[in-house]
Design a protein around this ligand. Structure first.
Ligand code: AQP
Length: 346
């Protein structure tokens, strides 16, 4: 057994050479720094080290987004974000989920192996209902389609945010259930994937202190800049401890975000300033703004440049879709064989 590439995870991968990294992001809004630190940063890091498939999950986004123009725009925005943040299409595969229709075919097969009670216990499902989203069948079945997304490319390592832990458990269950139900013992079709979750990131808080989430309207966008960015940072909710009093950095949303951006020395300095007093939340917000601007400066420039080359972005997605369909079809041939779903197509 070897430890996977990050020192910060307790993930063990049986065979590094055979690792297939897969993950998806919903085009349900502008990508935010929760998406970045929870998932995208790891996607970028891993895509040059292993075979990797990253998909823009527009079928999943349909569970909440019912606006065709917005869906198209957000889909292209996500592709631009990946490329601006350093994704190299020569090294790995980036594509749009609906360009691989086989994934809905596999999801249907998985529905028949999934107890409804398991889906009804979904934390994310319950959260979204509590926030007022319609409990439609798509939302309930979201983790099953996600399992199909992961397994159809033989995914073995899934870099996601901590909020996705339960969904990856469902994927693991489905891989095992499918193998046990349909495959000979010595020839399972699917690997049982491991999540890749960075402990120190956990769940990134939004400006209101809840999980940063596109659907909660509490996000700071990865590519926000100028006045809109400043406004969002200044809106971050804090307690009302006066400037001169000592503060507990571990209980503060601003510090939770500073920790993601700052180097060790800056983190220690600011932490000490919180504990000593005489350092207000206004100071902390100003520093945070500086860190964000510095951290994403190069990516912002690349994104401005790429946004004038949309033909190139479309080519990347088209080529990615082609590669993904080939991989998916090779798995589906085995799935159809195992399940007895004969095809008369030639
Ligand atoms: N606040 C967060 N902290 C850490 N990780 C996060 N992720 C999302 N929010 C945070 C991770 O980002 C990846 C992509 O997420 P997604 O867009 O597919 O779905 P999501 O988790 O449902 O993200 P949102 O912003 O909350 O979208 P909506 O509001 O549309 O549902 C995942 O790996 C996720 O863990």
């Amino acid at each position: 057994m070897q430890t996977s590439s990050s020192d910060n995870t307790a993930i063990h991968v049986a065979d590094e050479a055979a690792t297939v990294v897969v993950s998806g992001i919903q085009p349900s809004g502008i990508l935010h720094i929760g998406n970045y630190f929870g998932a995208l940063r790891q996607h970028i890091k891993l895509h040059t080290q292993h075979e990797a498939y990253y998909f823009i999950v527009n079928y999943h986004a349909l569970t909440s987004l019912k606006d065709a123009e917005a869906m198209k725009q957000y889909t292209l925005d996500v592709a631009l974000d990946y490329l601006a943040l350093g994704f190299d299409p020569e090294k790995a595969t980036l594509f749009v989920q609906s360009d691989v229709p086989q994934v809905t075919e596999l999801a249907w097969i998985f529905y028949n192996l999934t107890p409804v009670s398991q889906l009804e216990k979904g934390v994310s499902y319950k959260d979204k209902i509590a926030q007022g989203l319609s409990p439609n069948a798509g939302l309930l079945n979201y983790p099953v389609l996600q399992a199909a997304d992961i397994l159809i490319y033989g995914g073995s390592l899934v870099p996601v945010g901590a909020d996705q832990k339960q969904h990856i458990e469902i994927t693991r269950d489905l891989a095992q259930r499918f193998n046990q139900t349909f495959c000979p013992k010595d020839a399972p079709v699917f690997p049982v994937p491991e999540p890749y979750i960075l402990d120190e990131v956990s769940v990134v808080p939004g400006v209101d202190g809840r999980k940063m989430s596109k659907s909660y309207g509490n996000t700071i966008g990865i590519f926000d800049e100028g006045k809109p960015l400043k406004k969002k940072v200044m809106r971050i909710v804090t307690d009302s401890t006066p400037v001169e009093d000592p503060k507990d950095p571990e209980k503060d949303n601003v510090f939770a975000l500073i920790k993601l951006f700052a180097d060790e020395a800056s983190k220690e300095r600011i932490e000490q300033a919180y504990r000593e007093g005489g350092y207000g939340y206004g100071h902390a917000k100003k520093e945070l703004l500086g860190f964000i601007n510095e951290y994403f400066a190069e990516a912002r420039e690349r994104r401005h440049d790429l946004s004038n080359r949309m033909d190139y972005v479309m080519d990347v997605l088209q080529e990615g879709g082609k590669r993904a369909r080939e991989k998916a079809e090779s798995y589906m041939e085995r799935v159809r064989e195992c399940t007895g779903l004969i095809t008369t197509k030639r």
